[in-house]
Ligand binder design. Structure first.
Ligand SMILES: [Zn+2]
Ligand SMILES: [Zn+2]
Length: 228
């Protein structure tokens, strides 16, 4: 589901960081659209190649989702673009070859030119603003307290989006409580696993290492690529 601005809805009833969840849904929505357009439409492939393609992470993530032929036609356009750029470098002559090749070496795209990185950044900013607005109400605070809570990188952004000092303090206190709870869950996880009592772990405790990583650095699907 999307909201009135076309971004995925902020959902406080799912696990993990609600802001990362919006960002990853926006990423996979944009992948789904682009994957089809890249496979079917030559102009889209040409524009994608001219823009430098995706950054390394998003190139591999898209590859993991693409069909073999879809991946091949996308790569063909990117390789053709790179080959033509190298042709121009050769044609510019040996004296300027190193300088000219730096244009080629500068690709692949980085966070400021990668369309997938941009989609994530826009969705994240939108979700942070929506969450800051919700947290200005008692009802929003109650809903947020029941959610998984934002990851540490999004916590910094959320704090800077809340104008009221009392509101920032509430969010910070909530984060302190969550991180200490997570610390306790990890200690219990280690103690019970090391003493062969895995069966005594609650579901939350069993999931503690994965939750710890989500809350320390952000959601896995935004930063990892599966093998394809
Ligand atoms: Zn997050
Ligand atoms: Zn990217």
């Amino acid at each position: 589901m999307t909201d009135a601005s076309g971004f995925p809805d902020l959902d406080l009833n799912t696990g993990g960081c609600p802001v990362c969840n919006v960002a990853s849904r926006a990423l996979f929505d944009s992948f789904a659209q682009l994957q089809y357009a890249l496979a079917e439409d030559e102009d889209t492939r040409r524009r994608h190649a001219a823009a430098g393609g995706f950054c390394p992470l998003h190139s591999w993530q898209l590859a993991a989702l693409s069909s073999s032929v879809g991946l091949a036609v996308t790569c063909e356009a990117l390789v053709e673009h790179a080959a033509n750029a190298l042709d121009k470098t050769m044609a510019s002559g040996p004296t300027s070859a190193i300088e000219a090749s730096s244009e080629v070496v500068r690709t692949p795209a980085g966070p400021h030119t990668c369309a997938a990185c941009q989609a994530i950044a826009q969705a994240r900013t939108h979700a942070i603003q929506r969450l800051a607005g919700l947290l200005a109400t008692m009802e929003g605070q109650t809903d947020y307290a029941r959610s998984g809570g934002v990851c540490r990188p999004d916590l910094a952004k959320l704090l800077s989006a809340i104008p009221a000092p009392d509101g920032r303090r509430w969010v910070l206190l909530d984060a302190v409580t969550r991180f200490h709870q997570l610390e306790n869950d990890l200690r219990t996880y280690i103690d019970l696993r090391e003493s062969g009592q895995r069966g005594k772990l609650t579901r939350d405790q069993l999931d503690a290492p994965r939750r710890a990583l989500i809350h320390l650095v952000g959601a896995e699907e935004l930063y990892a690529s599966r093998r394809f």
